[in-house]
Design a protein around this ligand. Sequence first.
Ligand code: CIR
Length: 253
Amino acid sequence: MFQYAITRPPCPRITEGITTANLGKPNYDKSLLQHQNYVNTLQQLGLEIITLEANNNFPDSTFIEDVVLYTPEVVILTNPGAASRKGETALIAQMIQERFEVVEKIRPPGTIEAGDIMRVGHDFYIGLSERSNEAGFRQLIVILERYGMRGIPVSMQEMLHLKTGVSYLENNNLLVCGEFIHHDTFKHFNRIVVEEEEAYAANSLWINGTVIVPEGFPKTKLKIEQLGYPVVTVDVSEFQKVDGGLSCLSVRF
Ligand code: CIR
């Protein structure tokens, strides 16, 4: 169960965020409202929010998930693979070091963005994407094993991050899309296939028994409801324009 979420509101330069989406530029004012609504939803689901200041030096800094990996034994500051995002770790390092007792770091040449990491209990699936490299992966495995956990590599070619295409909904249920539908690594999960036209909804978010699904993806919403989960939807269209999903907008613990 989660008790807290760390979030950082979008900054005006979110319009310059890295993107492959071809959906136009985000509207900053609208992104602020959507972010507030996202935060309200997390609060309604029982989470206490730790809000950091928006930072206009880093257009993608609202996607705070990528720079911190929370585990119950150790919190790991990552080293993003995207050049424009590397400085985001320093922005959050002090707060993380003050709040958590055991903190480790991914160091160059290793790169990891935590959007590539999916936690299933004490197992951490690590996507080898363009943002998370072999050196980062090796460092991460060593850290996880030192604290009694396990890292499992996941080969991938198409998606930005691992969690762009898979989301763990607990109870062995895994939302899967695209290249992950038939991926050997995930064969033992109860896989719920997200159709290509709803691919964005493959990044949905389990919060203490409820699943948050992005607004506008009715087939995926229905499939999740049919598994027995209460579902709430949140409109994050402005973040979709810069390749960000629901999970990227917070660090839950
Ligand atoms: C980026 O390309 O880094 C941002 N525009 C989007 C990051 C999304 N983060 C995530 O999936 N965890």
